[in-house]
Design a binder for this molecule. Sequence first.
Ligand SMILES: [Zn+2]
Length: 123
Amino acid sequence: MPASSEENRAGERQAETGPPPYYHRSDCNICRKQDGLKTGSQLLDYPPPGGYIVESRRHLLDFGEMNVDEFAELGPLLHRLVPKENVGELRGVAYLAQQPPLSTSHDAAEAMARQIRELVQQS
Ligand SMILES: [Zn+2]
């Protein structure tokens, strides 16, 4: 898909779409982060302790936009990682939405990220 920066009928500037294989969009903060641009988002401009471990390099709005090859690569990876401490009985959404919210120290988060990254690199 070629890059575009045309204006629509209302005079609004449309997002530019980058070249294959990633098709990064200028109006997507995740694409902007991956291109080394500031987004204005505290979550994206300042990486979490240990950095991001798994993210799509191609512009995707959600898992539904993944192709068969991407699903085939992601499924086994997620199955191996499971970054959850084995405490308590909560599972799934109940685990993620528990109150008070889940928290940890910066050092513990970095250590967990390092362990997960090591597992990814063993594949
Ligand atoms: Zn994007």
